[in-house]
Design a protein around this ligand. Structure first.
Ligand code: SF4
Length: 119
């Protein structure tokens, strides 16, 4: 059975015919998630590990993120949308606030400009 939240059920031929940019838009429109999320190492996992309670370790989440092929996209998303909670791109909210405060850094500014907006 197809799961409408799983972009992998989409026919590969259709996605290839659309091209990368349009296919990404289609995946996002259908799933409500950025297209890169389909390639995330955390895909299919529950959110609990990425939203540790106060006093819980972030290390289990970080161990997954360090191997994730879309870590840069995830970090840009977290930064661009000022996400304060949870682990995004292998960073905690505290780390993202530090990165955001370094807005004089051209690379940080560029990452913020390149990130897709949050719906
Ligand atoms: S970097 Fe971490 S939180 Fe982001 S998509 Fe990858 S595994 Fe998930």
């Amino acid at each position: 059975m197809n799961d409408a939240t799983d972009p992998h059920w989409l026919p590969v031929e259709l996605l290839m015919a659309l091209g990368v940019a349009q296919a990404d838009e289609l995946v996002q429109a259908l799933t409500g998630r950025p297209a890169w999320h389909a390639r995330a190492a955390c895909r299919g996992m529950g959110p609990e590990i990425f939203y540790p309670a106060l006093g819980e370790s972030v290390n289990p989440a970080m161990a997954i993120c360090v191997l994730c092929p879309v870590r840069p996209e995830c970090l840009r998303y977290g930064l661009a949308n000022s996400l304060q909670l949870g682990i995004w791109g292998g960073t905690s909210g505290r780390t993202r606030r530090k990165i955001a405060s370094m807005n004089k850094c051209p690379r940080t500014r560029q990452a913020l400009e390149d990130a897709p907006p949050m719906d």
